[in-house]
Ligand binder design. Structure first.
Ligand code: NAD
Ligand code: DAU
Length: 326
């Protein structure tokens, strides 16, 4: 079986590919990764010499390349995206081009190429902010940022390819992932690496915004369950079960790095900052047997240790981020 995985030089896609390649099960797939290697993608995240892995550098909007790769693939798992909310606020066009146009290009390729299953990776942010309770899969889509609006658009396109053409599309919507290899612009790796370097951490507003934290390996488990046991045309929420305000999260990160609150700088809030996301993942639990296995505190401690032990992975990325902002 040949699995085409997009965006797998990034944080979550690379964890997914590393996990599948580590399996020696007889039905373990051959994997082709298609990734443009934007600022967020790194070949250091992938075991490039693995005999079951082929890496292709390219854009998911390249119709010809996508046509060729989907023609060779049995299934597609689509992670590629512009993924950082703050970047979508300062410039939205790459988000529309990759997340919307790119996803449509892939869906069209999958349809023409006879792909049997297409798993589209989405996000809890498409539901918008929920003050109380948790969003089920049929909750209204009320995205707030250009990022989440572009993801919601791509979800609707993916589901339309199922309704219109009968393509076996499955959509996952997960909460905030954490773990090793996450680009140090996202809050956990940004704060940890700043603290390890003796710098301040920028907490937006009062730090009252709440996120649900999901270990990347639990997310991957959910994606595999959806790919292998899910139903065509269905959406599955994948949650982590650990809701924390950013203030609470910051406290834990300070503690893990042996730092005090004087290392926190309160900075201007993110525009349109969603107060809280929370997904109801009972459908994935009852239908697929999904449940998050990682204890948050233990997972966070391991993640902090990974950043402590892998400076050579993140220091060049932070240098480049510094140059970008210079
Ligand atoms: P990431 O930013 O770490 O990686 C994205 C990858 O996509 C990079 O390797 C990049 O090079 C590649 N890419 C970007 N544009 C491309 C293009 N036009 N063509 C080919 N490749 C391209 O992202 P991530 O955090 O690993 O997120 C993966 C997916 O999961 C995204 O779809 C994101 O919306 C979704 N998601 C992420 C989170 C999270 O907490 N990180 C939570 C929910 C959903
Ligand atoms: O909910 C899923 C989403 O989680 C994914 O779809 C996105 O791809 C992913 O980036 C993430 O989005 P968030 O905006 O929630 O993640 P981020 O790490 O950027 O921010 C988490 C919280 O921390 C948010 O409330 C903003 C706050 N924050 C973030 C940064 C970067 C700060 O207070 N300071 C910061 O410097």
């Amino acid at each position: 079986m040949n699995l085409l995985v997009t965006g797998a030089a990034g944080f979550i896609g690379s964890a997914y590919v590393r996990t599948l390649l580590a399996s020696d099960a007889p039905d373990a797939p051959d994997i082709t990764v298609l990734d443009k290697l934007t600022y967020a993608g790194s070949l250091d995240n992938l075991p490039l010499d693995h005999p079951r892995l082929e890496f292709v550098q390219g854009d998911i909007r390249d119709t010809e390349l996508v046509g060729k790769l989907t023609g060779q693939a049995d299934q597609v798992v689509h992670f590629a995206a512009e993924s950082h909310v703050d970047r979508s606020i300062t410039g939205a066009s790459d988000f529309v081009l990759t997340n919307v146009v790119g996803t449509q290009t892939l869906l069209e390729g999958a349809l023409r190429g006879g792909v049997s299953t297409f798993v589209h990776i989405s996000t809890d942010e498409v539901y918008g902010s929920v003050d109380s309770g948790s969003s089920t899969e049929d909750h209204l889509l009320r995205p707030s940022s250009p990022y989440s609006a572009s993801k919601a658009s791509s979800d609707l396109l993916a589901l339309a390819y199922h309704r219109t053409h009968g393509l076996d599309v499955r959509v996952t919507r997960c909460s905030n992932n954490y773990g090793p290899h996450q680009f140090p612009e996202k809050v956990i790796p940004l704060f940890v690496t700043n603290l390890l370097d003796g710098h301040q951490v920028p907490l937006y507003g009062e730090g009252a915004n709440v996120r649900d934290w999901l270990h990347v390996d639990d997310h991957i488990q959910g994606v595999e369950l959806v790919r292998t046991k899910g139903r065509p045309g269905e959406v599955y929420n994948i949650g982590g079960g650990t809701e924390l305000s950013n203030r609470e999260l910051t406290g834990l990160l300070l503690e893990s790095c042996g730092a005090d609150w004087d290392r926190v700088t309160h900075v201007e809030d993110r525009k349109g900052h969603d107060l809280r996301y929370s997904v109801d993942w009972s459908k994935a639990r009852t239908e697929l047997g999904y449940r998050p296995r990682h204890d948050f505190r233990a997972g966070l401690a391991e993640t902090v240790d990974w950043y402590r032990d892998n400076r050579s992975w993140w220091e060049p990325l932070k240098r480049r981020m510094g140059e970008e902002h210079a």
